[in-house]
Design a protein around this ligand. Structure first.
Ligand code: ATP
Length: 260
């Protein structure tokens, strides 16, 4: 751990339904960074993110900005962690803008219809960043899956939390929006956030992340810059795949090629 680390996790364990799903995980991450959390299906990525958001109980210690997470009130947590769940669904026909305004809830803006000027401006910015201005009055239930994913992202952005936990935010997006959303997450990181993004897209992880964490069977097996963490032997061990590796514009290119 260094002075610049903002989120620290020490010997984290998560037991649910009598099973130890996440085991003895430790890491320390600074702000101003984009971290890709990857690993096979069922490895525990969502469970780990949910524990960081305080949504499932865990053993071990998590600190944020030097404060023990366990000692933080729910609202304090909600101000520090924006959580974008996997397959986020809203079942009520609320206008897109109102759903995004829910991101201001931890700041005390409990009525999306009566936002103060700062909250309204923040919601506008999040709508703009997620390319939703044209859709802002539409009922969210009438949007496509990809459009709804962007609404969920905008809601998380509207919280303006220092840590953004995003669970597969690009899974249902077309290539244009996959790249746009990863670039937007990169921009959040460059502006000072710690962004942890769960993804199965190793190519985009390599292209955009500062650091990659590989989770396998509930354990952290690799952690480091993308070209090292996603080295050929790591991909073989964690995913049982071979990948094409190259470089473009000075960045690593990884294309999963064959199941072994
Ligand atoms: N509430 C729960 N009770 C018991 N087991 C659970 C619970 N939630 C998840 N699991 C199990 O924990 C394991 C890890 O699940 P998790 O959703 O964290 O994996 P993941 O790495 O996000 O997978 P995927 O890539 O498929 O989304 C799975 O075997 C899952 O069945």
């Amino acid at each position: 751990m260094t002075m610049s680390d903002y989120l620290t996790v020490e010997q984290l364990g998560i037991k649910l339904g009598g099973r130890l799903l996440v085991k003895d995980i430790s890491f320390a991450l600074p702000r101003r960074s984009l971290v890709a959390l990857v690993g096979p299906n069922g490895a525990g990525k969502t469970t780990l993110l949910r524990a960081l958001a305080g949504l499932v109980p865990s053993q071990g210690r998590v600190t944020i900005d030097g404060k023990d997470l366990a000692g933080l009130a729910v609202r304090e947590r909600a101000l520090r962690f924006a959580y974008l769940p996997q397959g986020h669904a809203v079942h009520w026909p609320l206008p897109v803008r109102d759903v995004v305004a829910l991101g201001r809830y931890p700041h005390g803006a409990t009525d999306p219809q009566r936002l103060g000027p700062h909250d309204a401006a923040t919601v506008d910015r999040a709508l703009h960043e997620a390319d939703l201005i044209a859709l802002q009055s539409r009922p969210v239930t009438e949007l496509s899956g990809g459009e709804r994913s962007r609404v969920a992202l905008a809601r998380a952005l509207a919280t303006q939390a220092p840590v953004l936990l995003a669970d597969e935010p690009i899974a249902s997006l077309d290539p244009y929006y996959q790249l746009s959303v990863m670039a937007l997450l990169r921009k959040q990181a460059d502006a000072g956030a710690l962004v942890i993004v769960v993804t199965h897209d190793l190519g985009l992880a390599a292209r955009f992340a500062d650091r990659v964490l590989i989770l396998r069977d509930g354990r952290l097996t690799n952690s480091g810059p993308p070209d090292l963490a996603l080295a050929a032997d790591a991909l073989a061990e964690a995913f049982a795949i071979e990948a094409f590796r190259g470089a473009h514009e000075g960045q690593p290119v990884i294309v999963p090629w064959a199941a072994r």
